[in-house]
Design a protein around this ligand. Structure first.
Ligand code: GRF
Length: 208
């Protein structure tokens, strides 16, 4: 399968996905990196690996910025099967969602629907989890719809919150699990092991 990864930041999830593709545990290839921040660490890593980088900033008036329609055209030309958001901080335009039904996934660093939604990203999520007194958190991978963090949940993993955790401690513990979970889920996506239950809930079928 052909994969497009979208990043806005350091891109550690992107790196772990890329490494899993290279070693063959994911039966897929990253064919393009799309970024809202062309100077971010993830974009630098992609250029370093010789992957095409497509800038897709918030406003199409920004130099180099392309419109959602043009972005869809680029992804189609590259025959992209799945779009993987990995620390991508912009809302996905409706044109893209319609062009790729049930094919766009995001990773969020809390157990959705808790601690999600607009403004809940990065360290803010972990601070809010600690402030709430929750004893467990962890990554969620979900399909993407036109809102922040509300699409169908595909996979989650529980990570404990320890009594003396700082937001940074917790972020690091969750991030480690993000890397594992995202690779597992993308492996399943590429092997067509997602089953859609009648009520619209996606389930991952384990390998025979
Ligand atoms: C991760 O915590 C992810 O869940 C969130 O943004 C962060 C991205 O980290 N959506 P990285 O850029 O992959 O290191």
């Amino acid at each position: 399968k052909k994969l497009a990864v979208f990043v806005s930041g350091g891109g550690s999830n992107f790196r772990s996905i890329h490494e899993a593709c290279i070693r063959g545990s994911i039966h897929g290839d990253i064919v393009v990196l799309v970024t809202s921040k062309p100077g971010c660490g993830g974009a630098d890593y992609a250029r370093d690996k010789g992957l095409p980088v497509v800038p897709f900033p918030k406003s199409k008036n920004v130099p180099d910025g392309i419109s959602p329609i043009d972005l869809v055209a680029v992804l189609r030309r590259l025959e992209v099967d799945f779009v993987l958001l990995a620390g991508y901080l912009q809302l996905i335009p409706v044109e893209l969602i319609q062009a790729y039904p049930r094919s766009i996934v995001n990773i969020h660093p809390s157990l959705l629907p808790a601690f999600g939604g607009k403004g809940n990203y990065g360290m803010r999520v972990h601070k809010a989890v600690i402030a709430s007194g929750a004893r467990y958190t962890g990554p969620t991978i979900h399909f993407v719809d036109e809102h922040y963090d509300t699409g169908r949940i595909l996979a989650q993993r529980v990570v404990p919150v320890l009594a003396n955790d700082t937001a940074e401690d917790l972020a690091a513990r969750v991030l480690k699990e993000e890397h594992r979970l995202y690779v597992e889920v993308i492996t399943a996506l590429c092997e067509e092991r997602i089953i859609w239950r009648e009520d619209g809930v996606p389930i991952i079928r384990s390998k025979e």
